[in-house]
Design a protein around this ligand. Structure first.
Ligand code: NAD
Length: 350
């Protein structure tokens, strides 16, 4: 019997993690804490909201008295912390919002957890989910390992790096039993369409330009979100305390090649002429401080815990496109309202 607080469970990755834990572990009580910002959407987990071991709580991790009350009331023995402001472009516009949620919010959770259990850490676990962006950028060669020095370049990655440091500092200072993972770019169902893959699926559907930053040569490693959720499950249950693992897809793509592949998959599924969607590709002014290349060495989690991705990129991308085509109402709901103003500001003035 475990009582697990999952933060950010109405967001993209969090919803897949919540679903997996609620359905696979009926003996656990799962509490999903989410502020339901623009990125949080209860529709993402509507299929499990009736499960008796699932509980939703709306609230802000940056609200210290609320977080202390919550931990005092529920006495969670584990935390899986995903709640964050997660979009680099938004962090360039408003860095403080990222400090508030990603840094202060994480410290509030650490403090509340420490306050509860500092006299007895046995069978307690604080799992902090982070990104490979904390490592900064790579040149054309090399891979990020768990010992690569932190060198964040965007306000988003700086805030995530700060939160990682605090988690490790609580491990050293208070012996708070943490595990931490840094993962590469995720893609899949429920991805909010401000990020590259869902944005472009939506734009292709609507015959809108596909805004590719700079020369399109930026390189990222991509991982299917359900494989990330499986890795989180494994690390949560099997990793030793105070360990860090990199999680990646062994799957590097230059943005422009990925966009072309996506265009071709969409043309085929929509019955359009091959090459039609590629005509929508438009190069736009680069994002400031844009990191050239991220690539993950995921051999530690592979060797020590036996994890590897279960699908190829083509399989994952096909499943993702099918999901978006079958869930157009979800897409149109999340791309109305606030999204439209953001989209105009971000892409229409370049
Ligand atoms: P997301 O933006 O889709 O979801 C974030 C969720 O957190 C939303 O449901 C939002 O409502 C909630 N939230 C935001 N501020 C909150 C607050 N103050 N209090 C409570 N809830 C709040 O993000 P995501 O892409 O699912 O990322 C989840 C985590 O994984 C983040 O920590 C992110 O840094 C990390 N990560 C993401 C990726 C990726 O490719 N998306 C890769 C590696 C790591």
């Amino acid at each position: 019997m475990k009582k697990i607080l999952i933060t950010g469970g109405a967001g993209f990755i969090g919803s897949h993690v919540v679903r997996r834990f609620v359905t696979k572990y009926p003996q656990y009580e799962i509490y999903n804490l989410d502020l339901l910002t623009y990125a949080g959407n209860l529709e993402n987990i509507a299929d499990i909201e009736q499960n008796s071991n699932y509980h939703f709580i709306k609230g802000d991790i940056a609200d210290e008295p609320f977080i202390f009350d919550l931990f005092t009331t529920h006495r969670f023995d584990s935390v899986i912390h995903l709640a964050a402001e997660s979009h680099v472009d938004r962090s360039i516009e408003n860095p403080l919002a990222f400090v508030k949620t990603n840094v202060t919010g994480t410290i509030n959770l650490l403090n509340a957890f420490r306050h509860l259990w500092q006299d007895n850490w046995q069978n307690k676990r604080f799992y902090h989910i982070s990104t490979d962006e904390v490592y900064g950028t790579l040149g054309v060669e090399g891979l990020f390992t768990e010992t690569t020095p932190y060198d964040p370049n965007s306000p988003y990655s700086a805030s995530k790096a700060a939160s990682d440091h605090f988690v490790r500092a609580y491990g050293e200072t208070y012996k708070l039993p943490y595990v931490l993972t840094n993962c590469s770019n995720n893609y899949g169902p429920n991805h909010f369409p401000e990020k590259l893959i869902p944005l472009f699926i939506n734009n292709i559907l609507n015959n809108k330009p596909l805004p590719v930053y700079g020369d399109g040569k930026y390189t990222r490693d991509w991982l299917f979100v359900k494989d990330h959720a499986a890795a989180i499950d494994l690390v949560f249950h099997k990793a030793p305390d105070f360990e860090t693992y990199n999680i990646g897809g062994f799957n590097e793509w230059q943005n422009i090649d990925l966009v072309k592949l996506l265009c071709d998959i969409m043309d085929e599924k929509l019955g359009r002429q091959q090459g039609e969607s590629r005509g929508l590709i438009t190069y736009v002014k680069d994002r400031p401080g844009h990191d050239l290349r991220y690539a993950i060495d995921a051999s530690k989690i592979n060797k020590e815990l036996g994890w590897k991705p279960s699908v190829t990129f083509e399989e994952g991308l096909n499943e993702t496109v099918d999901w978006f085509l079958q869930n157009r109402e979800w897409l149109s709901n999340v791309t109305s309202g606030e999204y439209l103003g953001y989209y105009e500001k971000q892409y229409m003035h370049k």
